[in-house]
Design a protein around this ligand. Structure first.
Ligand SMILES: C[S@@+](CC[C@H](N)C(=O)[O-])C[C@H]1O[C@@H](n2cnc3c(N)ncnc32)[C@H](O)[C@@H]1O
Length: 363
């Protein structure tokens, strides 16, 4: 028998010591329903805001992951505070299933905590305030820094699979592919003109700084935005998504959650822009039988309706409250969706179901 405790009210949300305000925390807890004796995976540890709230809400365990080495090194005090209930591992979404299975096999009392099959998996997709605000990480056009943007690169440490930096991409990608990246991942209407300007400039001098790229983009006619946002906003968004393979990672993370969750366990996802939300929405609708999910592996070679692997708890997404967006403007575009795992086997790992942007095929 497990008991649920109350979700923290919005007023209880505080800036973590590392400077990141957890987004939609009360709503995430209400969707995840932490309960005593259960196990949760926080796939995006960040500053540990969700992890802390889950551990405080119930006498449960959390296995937290992050691809950013600096998020992992900052986790030590929280691990000490919740000895035996929290482990934090540097990893990408692509390896969640493998990590959880290894932990299932771990012997209690050995170096690592043994985790039973998770009763909940939470994703808070995107970048943390620490990553955005630290100029040296190269995510920002507001403050000058090296053109890097890799979440897996911090303070000289490069995590496995961190891949090329934003400067590598800007300096080496063919013009038409750059334009496709800006158009498909940033919805930038001036993508072709911007790509042409970048290619002209890099022939004389390669790009190495964020401000330099931002000013070349801003000099392209037609990039100034009626909403007053910086002309390079969409290009920077597209580059960040590309450099970190954020959409491919999200798809792999959702598949991993489906593979590891216990029946009745919940998958809770917070996204920050429409490309991500669309992937989550499609996956949840398909896996819960709202759209025609099919198996291509019937003995007859035919197509059959699959048994839903998830149950849709709420068909609409939730947005942050007015109070939250007033206090934390970065929460403005957040969307929360959640589903509950059924006892049906996981579906085939079919990436076509996600309808990812074509440009990802270039990776
Ligand atoms: C928005 S922050 C999470 C904040 C956290 N919920 C909190 O309350 O402090 C997102 C975090 O996810 C991590 N992340 C993003 N994509 C990832 C991936 N594919 N694999 C693992 N971690 C990832 C980032 O490094 C970042 O630290």
């Amino acid at each position: 028998m497990t008991t649920s405790r109350n979700a923290a009210p919005f007023e209880a949300q505080t800036l973590s010591s590392a400077g990141h305000i957890p987004v939609m925390l009360a709503e995430v807890l209400a969707a995840l329903r932490p309960a005593d004796g259960q196990t949760y995976v926080d796939a995006t540890f960040g500053a540990g805001g969700y992890t802390r709230a889950i551990l405080e809400a119930a006498d449960c365990k959390v296995l937290a992951l992050d691809r950013d080495p600096s998020a992992i090194s900052a986790a030590a005090p929280l691990i000490a505070e919740f000895t035996g209930r929290l482990d934090v591992i540097e990893a990408r979404f692509a390896t969640i299933a493998e990590i959880v299975r290894n932990r299932l096999a771990a012997t209690p009392g050995a170096n690592s905590i043994a985790f039973p099959s998770p009763d909940g998996v939470v994703f808070d997709i995107g970048v943390s305030s620490m990553q955005l605000d630290e100029a040296e990480r190269g995510f920002s056009f507001q403050t000058d820094g090296p053109l890097d943007m890799r979440m897996g690169q911090a303070a000289g440490a490069l995590s496995e699979g961190a891949g090329p930096s934003a400067a590598d991409v800007i300096n080496e990608t063919p013009e038409s592919d750059l334009a496709d990246i800006f158009y498909q991942l940033g919805e930038e209407r001036r993508s072709r003109a911007i790509a042409a300007a970048i290619v002209r400039r890099r022939a004389e001098q390669p790009f190495s700084r964020t401000r330099d790229l931002a000013s070349v983009v801003a000099a392209v006619p037609g990039t100034h935005r009626p909403d007053g946002k910086h002309p390079a906003t969409r290009v920077f968004q597209a580059l960040r998504i590309w450099v970190n393979d954020e959409l491919g990672e999200l798809a792999r993370g959702l598949l991993a959650a489906e593979a590891i969750l216990s029946p009745g366990g919940r998958l809770v996802v917070v996204t920050f822009h429409s490309l991500e939300d669309r992937i989550v929405k499609r996956f949840m609708a398909e896996r819960s039988g709202r759209t025609t999910g099919t198996s291509r592996h019937l003995p007859s070679g035919g197509v059959a309706k699959r048994e839903p692997s998830f149950r849709l708890v709420n068909s609409k997404s939730l947005s942050p409250s007015k109070e939250e967006t007033a206090t934390n403007p970065r929460s403005r575009s957040a969307r929360l969706r959640w589903v509950e795992r059924t006892a049906a086997p996981p579906w085939d790992e079919d990436f076509a179901a996600f309808d990812l942007p074509d440009v990802l095929a270039l990776r």
